[in-house]
Design a binder for this molecule. Structure first.
Ligand code: ZN
Length: 469
């Protein structure tokens, strides 16, 4: 059998159902009718690259060593470029596999009979099994990306999807991975509700139609399973608060891309999405300073952040399993105990707006998901600890207020819509399957172990997902 994993990058959970109901996506309508449709939770940061790790490894991004689409390497032991900062928006994307924790097993290592296109992590996949592996292909991608040429991008995407379908029909791999970034690109430039988003969704629909037709014509319709998922949602932005510029104006020496090697030694500002940022402080210290050691001289910085309307949540990692949460509405503590249970203690107010008379306490990962899923910050208890406790994460992590993001300059196309934050609009994504599923899909991190179960492969013990099959 062949399992096709199709990432409709940046699709909101409501986008496909609305377009299917309106009759615009006939192949997806048939797929949904025969299978199932769900809304599940992605990871924080809800940004392309890190948010692909759940499908490709079953790991949360921080644990996998990729805490953001931009991050800073304290001590400079891993990143060799001047300034020690990584940004996968650009040539560093070629280094992503090498940044991945060696304990992660990728989809392509677990199932070598695979092909992939537009996968940001391809460890274990030989070059001839990648459809976008040539330098010429990368140059074409970069050209359309930096020009912000949306019709050009969608034409290129259709061509790649077509080649992908041809190879699926011919080679019948066990697993075939295709990411289609068009919905995300159109949403950033024009807004997630723009009519042009439908053009990008039609590429997904056309790909499903082609894959299904080819399989049925070859008499192997039942041997084809298609799963469609997204890596993050999208929400409108009315204001950009360029955090690096604002910090410099406030007198801090701040480094940020694209000039990550200069600007000062106070703070390294690594924005992604652009609804979140890792802030690294006391850059000369070779080992990670947890918040208690920073608090005496950095409290003013946190007060400064919370005074900005763009900043919704400030996360202050206390140690690998505890994190202070600050918001204008109050302070709280989130932690995971030695038995893996999650806790929330309000100190003042209710920064995660859980609105419960009894704050969630002592919950395993599933229960912690279900207790927070209807709120403003779905899965917040698990997601905050997974990111805040990770070795490469910032010493202060900020999540943006709805309608705001943290980057103004140096974007090839001005963002009208963004993602990256812990907010509901960014964290919930669609998940469609061509066959009904019996269990309850909760998170994108469950997709990887479920895919291996579907393929009849053993599921590694490491990793945080649970199979829903
Ligand atoms: Zn994006």
């Amino acid at each position: 059998m062949t399992l096709v994993l199709l990432v409709a990058d940046g699709a909101r959970p409501d986008a496909f159902p609305a377009a299917i109901d309106a009759g615009h996506l006939p192949a997806l309508a048939r797929l949904r009718a025969a299978g199932s449709a769900h809304t599940i939770t992605t990871v924080f940061p809800s940004v392309t690259g890190p948010a692909y790790l759940p499908f490709l490894t079953g790991w949360h991004p921080g644990d996998a060593g990729i805490p953001g689409i931009r991050w800073w390497d304290r001590g400079g032991r891993h990143v060799r470029t001047p300034g020690g900062a990584r940004s996968y928006v650009g040539i560093d994307a070629l280094l992503a596999d090498g940044d991945l924790d060696t304990r992660c097993r990728t989809l392509f290592e677990a199932e070598p009979d695979a092909i992939a296109a537009f996968a940001p992590f391809t460890r274990g996949l030989p070059r001839h099994r990648r459809l976008d592996g040539s330098p010429a292909a990368w140059l074409r991608l970069a050209w359309h990306h930096f020009r912000g040429d949306l019709p050009g991008w969608l034409a290129l995407e259709r061509a790649v999807a077509d080649r992908f379908a041809t190879r699926v029909a011919r080679e019948r791999p066990a697993v075939a991975f295709l990411a289609l970034p068009g919905i995300d690109k159109v949403s950033h430039a024009l807004g997630a509700d723009a009519p042009e988003v439908l053009d990008a969704m039609r590429v997904v629909d056309g790909t499903v139609e082609r894959l299904t037709d080819d399989a049925e014509r070859a008499g192997r319709g039942e041997a084809l399973a298609i799963w469609i998922v997204s890596d993050h949602g999208h929400a409108p932005v009315a204001h950009h608060d360029d955090l690096a510029d604002a910090l410099r104006d406030a007198g801090y020496g701040a480094r940020a891309h694209p000039w990550a090697w200069r600007g000062g030694d106070d703070i390294s500002v690594m924005v992604g999405g652009n609804g979140m940022a890792h802030l690294y402080l006391d850059l000369a210290r070779p080992t990670r300073p947890w918040w208690p050691t920073l608090a005496p001289h950095r409290t003013a910085l946190v007060d400064w952040l919370l005074a900005r309307p763009s900043v919704d949540l400030v996360l202050l990692p206390l140690d690998p399993a505890r994190c202070a949460v600050r918001a204008r509405t109050g302070n709280a503590l989130v932690w995971r105990d030695a038995a893996g249970r999650h806790h929330y203690r309000r100190e003042t107010g209710d920064p995660l707006r859980l609105d419960a008379d009894t704050p969630p306490n002592g919950l395993d990962a599933e229960a912690a998901h279900d207790a927070t899923i209807d709120g403003a910050y779905p899965d917040a208890l698990v997601q905050i600890i997974a990111l805040a406790g990770a070795a490469r994460s910032g010493d202060v992590i900020v999540s943006a207020t709805p309608q705001w993001d943290f980057r103004e300059r140096y974007e090839p196309v001005p963002h009208r819509s963004s993602h990256g934050a812990l907010h509901r609009e960014h964290m919930r994504v669609p998940f469609l399957t061509s066959h009904p599923v019996r269990g309850t899909p909760r998170r994108t991190v469950d997709v990887f172990p479920s895919a291996l179960a579907r393929l009849g492969r053993s599921v590694p013990d490491a990793g945080q997902g649970r199979s829903f099959l």
